[in-house]
Design a protein around this ligand. Sequence first.
Ligand SMILES: Oc1ccccc1CN[C@@H]1C=C[C@@H](O)[C@H](O)[C@H]1O
Length: 326
Amino acid sequence: MKALKEHFKDEFLIGAAVNQNTIDQDADLLKTQFNSITAENEMKFEEIHPEPGQYDFTIADRFLKFAEDHDIKMRGHTLVWHNQTPDWFFKDDKGEDVSRDELLDRMKQHIKTVMTRYKGRIYAWDVVNEAVSDDEGVELRPSKWLEIIGEDFIDYAFQFAHEADPDALLFYNDYNESNPDKRGKIYRLVDGLIKRDVPISGIGLQAHWNLYEPSYHDIDTALKRYSELGLTLHITEMDVSMFAFKDKRTDVLKPTEEMLDLQAKRYKEFFGLFKKYQEHISCVTFWGISDRYTWLSDFPVKGRINWPFLFDEKGKPKSSFDAVVN
Ligand SMILES: Oc1ccccc1CN[C@@H]1C=C[C@@H](O)[C@H](O)[C@H]1O
């Protein structure tokens, strides 16, 4: 069986998100199939910078050592995000919101401290994650970043990141990226950054997809439009849920043959599109390694088991794997 990373070696890197459990339990599958990793949570703000002036790089260092020991590249996820960022970061010692200048300085220190540690070793960063709103008629997601600094918090994040590691690839990363309305917002945001000479390298399409949505056409159009911006594209968090986002059923305890067949068909379509845009796409990362663990078993329905990957819970290739490599 040819490994994913071998099959796609002339097209794009093949990555997987890892956590402290999967990097140990699924190490063999990780080493044989993938050539890029991303820390699922361990490099997020609340994990790596838990208290003012206190950084904890222990786990991130461990992941990077694993990657370097096995000739695997590593993506950094994520520097500026509205989620999993501690409240204290936006407050002064009286509990009031800090000023724009103070928050910009804090953002700069966080980005420089984290990126300087991994300079030249982590090749790509999700500098800003999910800054675009899902709400109709609203361009940017309300957040403490936007509220205190203003819309240019995004510009500054990329500027600080570029100063910290001029050779790193710097990405804007988001989900629902193929939804036509949100696609337009992401396009306008990134086009504006480019026009202001902000040092952005690429767009991260999270690709949290499922058996039914988004459509082939919407993904194709999104890849086409994003490619027209002239940046590189990364598929950053791919999984194909067995359930539509609004389907909250909890009665399915193992995937049906019908689900597995449809999943294989969808994966074949998706990788056909990635090949179509291969001169623009330089990495395809799954948001996990195998069905043994996925964040989707707790989102959007807590405790509802899911089977979104190419490898089953025993690490064996599924029909989706065969569909992708044949
Ligand atoms: O698919 C979504 C739907 C609603 C909110 C966020 C997302 C995706 N959000 C992602 C998912 C998991 C986290 O570990 C990642 O850091 C985050 O980027």
